[in-house]
Design a protein around this ligand. Structure first.
Ligand SMILES: [Zn+2]
Length: 280
């Protein structure tokens, strides 16, 4: 049995027609040197001739990131290897939703690749409101603008997080830190919810700070492991101080919390982090 086609209009309780049975997704590609990638829609598509993002209907069984990535290639010839997803936000109408995936471009080339797109252009974020924008993109832009160029770094106090659950970790501290690293690698792929905004997900860079018997744990895909020679807390403070992105520190250590908060970092409780890891 084939699944119903995603490519239909949905009559939404908001009073509008929207494209995509399973919702829709778009890619907001950010290149620090060139701006954001906008696409002018062909005259014959819904809201033709307006400027918006490459994007379209989410197919059955596809993730929003998968759909945004596929559409960016189909419409603007941007390959998946040319960018890294950093955050996503969902506008949920109940009957339909739209996910905007913000990604950092790494020298991506874009060009018109199919007939749904009339032109693609890198635009300075400050100039975006001056374009004739698609209604929904115009409404979403002020919130998106706030996240353009922003990244999240999650710094994990390995000893503190491992020690937060009495599961026998003291018998094998190295193994326990390795298991934490492997679960964090899955989290790096799945993303973490924004602590202040439930509609936003981040795909953070994750830095795991290890010490003592866990010192020889190595980095893995999505998780950079940093070893402290002597004092783990000072290493964490040093790592936090090096970051230019927003930083979230996973620890319950009161004194460490005070030190990293003084540097502008936010705190993620080990219990909250472990619940997120348990859900993966
Ligand atoms: Zn709607």
């Amino acid at each position: 049995m084939s699944l119903p086609s995603a490519s239909v209009f949905v009559r939404c309780s908001c009073g509008h027609l929207h494209w995509g049975r399973y919702g829709a997704a778009g890619l907001l590609l950010v290149d620090p040197a060139r701006g954001v990638l906008l696409q002018r829609r062909a005259w014959w598509v819904h809201h033709g001739r307006t400027w918006a993002l490459p994007g379209g209907a989410i197919e059955a069984g596809e993730t929003a990131v998968g759909a945004a990535t596929r559409e960016a290639f189909e419409e603007a010839s941007v390959p998946a290897e040319a960018f890294r997803a950093v955050s996503a936000s969902v506008v949920d109408h109940g009957d339909w939703s739209y996910t905007t995936v913000l990604a950092l471009a790494d020298g991506a080339e874009a060009r018109v690749a199919n007939t749904e797109s009339a032109e693609v252009r890198w635009v300075d974020p400050d100039d975006v409101p001056g374009y004739p924008l698609h209604r929904d993109f115009a409404a979403a832009w002020p919130d998106l603008r706030d996240r353009v160029g922003r990244e999240l770094v999650l710094v994990v106090d390995a000893a503190n997080v491992v020690g937060s659950r009495p599961d026998g970790w003291w018998r094998d501290r190295h193994g326990a830190a390795e298991r934490l690293r492997d679960r964090l690698a899955k989290l790096a792929e799945a993303g973490v919810p924004d602590p202040d905004d439930a509609t936003v997900t981040w795909w953070p860079r994750i830095i795991l700070v290890v010490e003592g018997q866990a010192k020889r744990v190595t980095s893995a895909a999505g998780v950079e492991v940093v070893a402290a020679d002597t004092d783990g807390d000072s290493k964490i403070v040093e790592v936090v101080a090096q970051q230019t992105a927003s930083v979230l520190v996973a620890t319950a250590d009161r004194e460490l919390k005070r030190r990293v908060e003084a540097l502008g970092a936010s705190i993620l409780g080990p219990g909250t982090l472990r619940r997120q890891l348990d859900e993966l």
